[in-house]
Design a protein around this ligand. Structure first.
Ligand code: HEM
Length: 484
């Protein structure tokens, strides 16, 4: 059973994540309304907002996933709560540094801060080093947290057991729970990509302090940047899936998911291929060796299809013709799988080289990643939040949620991403504060996207309020005493 200190830090993460989520959605709506000419903000403000929006979203859903697996892993292994507290304090510091660099220093090179943009930004001179330092602080925080959790897993399970290799034979001597397998795969991926971010920051600072005597290789920088960015965005999603495997059957009052040979195989494939799928970001870099482009396309398929097929199959078996107990948590898990699969198909269409020639850097890109994030990973984490908030409080388990809230979530979320898909199909480029003049007649699509996002925000606020009441219970000392 989770200790009261773990409950408190988990609750603190949840409240922080949801407050930042609401603010970041408002930033997103501001961008959509500006692209639709419904409101007007300066180009620099647009790009500062875009940078903060992207980083905040990637950051909060990474820590939400880490906080969830930390909480759930304590069912199997001991993990000190102090590493989560340490990560929280550094995360607050890192976020403040990034926000100051963007909103006061006008740093606006995008969340991918692709070289050499950070050195060309027109904001304050101190903004770029502050931004890079802020990233460094976040990197240290999450690296320590991830290494700490992996270390504790490997104290109880050998590496091959954590990868569930014994499940390839019959009658495995040790059962590896899916939570352990998926957490191991995801944490290793996160550690590797955070280490690559450290290398990236060192290279940036080497050039920054060299007074022009050293310049980086742009292609190398781009490779490292996308290795880091693509990998962390995807591993975060897998952390959400780890919670799903652990909780969805339990909440549905059905037997736990088990690790079988095909579950083990799928997640081992994911570990290997997710680290090379990022090459699909470099299809338009024609100096990149052709072999890498081919690896990019194949790895994109192999990284996503096995995990998606196995998860969708397991969830389908759980719900099909089964009298299961539906509650807000498992509805969110179920919808999240739908959003993840739909966004995944959008991603594979884009990762196919012959399509990418047309779709590259169009709004198709934010279309697919917003689908599997806003309608996939976010819902996985929200499902965990709803479940764990019940674990924190004595309030009735899973209070009824009005059906119209789910309808708003679906209408708002899918309407919002559909407007991005339209934009992509029309070849409207991404990351334009105003659409190029050729697309003037389509600016209403952006405004419509913004209004759908308002509907989505309404549903999120409702869910947030439902969770908040229960999360606050955990700071109540009397309650804490009784639970202990
Ligand atoms: C309803 C909520 C959201 C709205 C209204 C919104 C809106 C936007 C908009 C308008 C852009 C710029 C698109 C472009 O022209 O290239 C954007 C970019 C982005 N969004 Fe969202 N978004 C939302 C949710 C999310 C979520 C849940 C994530 C989770 C990871 C996310 C991550 C990002 C990232 C990484 C970028 C790229 C930023 C960059 O290019 O530097 N967004 N979003």
């Amino acid at each position: 059973m989770a200790s009261i200190s773990l409950k408190r830090i988990t609750s603190t993460w949840i409240i922080t994540v949801l407050v930042l989520f609401v603010i970041a959605i408002i930033f997103g709506i501001t961008m959509r309304f500006n692209q639709g000419k419904f409101i007007q903000i300066s180009p620099t403000s647009f790009y500062s907002i875009m940078t903060v929006h992207g980083l905040t979203m990637i950051g909060i859903w990474s820590v939400a996933g880490l906080a969830a697996v930390h909480y759930l892993l304590t069912r199997y292994v001991e993990i000190p709560t102090s590493i989560s507290v340490f990560a929280f304090l550094l995360t607050v510091l890192g976020v403040v540094m990034l926000w100051i660099s963007a909103f006061i220093g006008e740093f606006h090179a995008g969340w991918t801060f692709l070289y050499p943009l950070p050195f060309k930004a027109v904001g304050e001179a101190w903004a770029t080093p502050l931004f890079l330092l802020g990233l460094g602080v976040l990197g240290v925080a999450w690296l320590v947290w991830s290494v700490g959790m992996l270390f504790q897993i490997l104290k109880k399970y050998t590496l091959s057991q954590a990868f569930a290799w014994q499940h390839f034979g019959s009658n495995p001597s040790v059962e590896t729970p899916p939570l352990i397998l998926i957490s191991t795969v995801s944490l290793i991926g996160i550690i590797v990509c955070l280490l690559s971010a450290v290398v990236l920051l060192v290279l940036f600072f080497a050039e920054y302090f060299s007074n022009g005597s050293y310049t980086n290789d742009p292609l190398l920088m781009k490779n490292i940047t996308y290795f880091f960015g693509h990998t962390i965005a995807n591993e975060t999603l897998y952390l959400g899936l780890a919670s799903l495997y652990e909780l969805m059957p339990e909440i549905s009052k059905k037997p736990k998911f088990k690790t079988t040979w095909y579950v083990a195989l799928a997640w081992n494939c994911t570990l290997v291929f997710i680290l090379t799928a990022f090459f699909h970001h470099l299809y338009m870099d024609f100096v990149q060796p052709l072999g890498f482009q081919m690896i990019g396309q194949l790895a994109s398929y192999f990284a996503s299809l096995p995990a998606a097929a196995v998860t969708a199959f397991s969830v389908a078996v759980l719900v099909y013709k089964n009298q299961i107990k539906w509650s807000l948590s498992n509805i969110l898990f179920f919808l999240g799988v739908m959003g993840w699969v739909i966004g995944g198909v959008g991603a594979l269409i884009d990762a196919t080289i012959s399509n990418n020639i047309i779709l590259h850097n169009t709004l198709w890109v934010p279309a697919h990643f917003h689908t599997y994030n806003a309608m996939g990973n976010v819902l996985f984490s929200l499902a965990f939040f709803v479940w764990v908030a019940n674990d924190f409080s004595d309030l009735p388990v899973d209070t009824d949620i009005p059906k119209y809230i789910i309808a708003f979530l679906l209408l708002g979320g899918f309407g919002f991403v559909l407007m991005f898909y339209f934009g992509g199909a029309l070849s409207i480029p991404r990351r334009f504060n105003l659409y190029p003049s050729e697309f003037n007649e389509w600016s209403w699509v952006a405004t419509a996207g913004g209004w759908f996002a308002v509907v989505y925000l309404f549903a999120i606020l409702f869910i947030f309020m439902t969770i908040l009441k229960k999360c606050l219970k955990v700071y109540n000392f009397q309650h804490a005493g009784r639970k202990q």
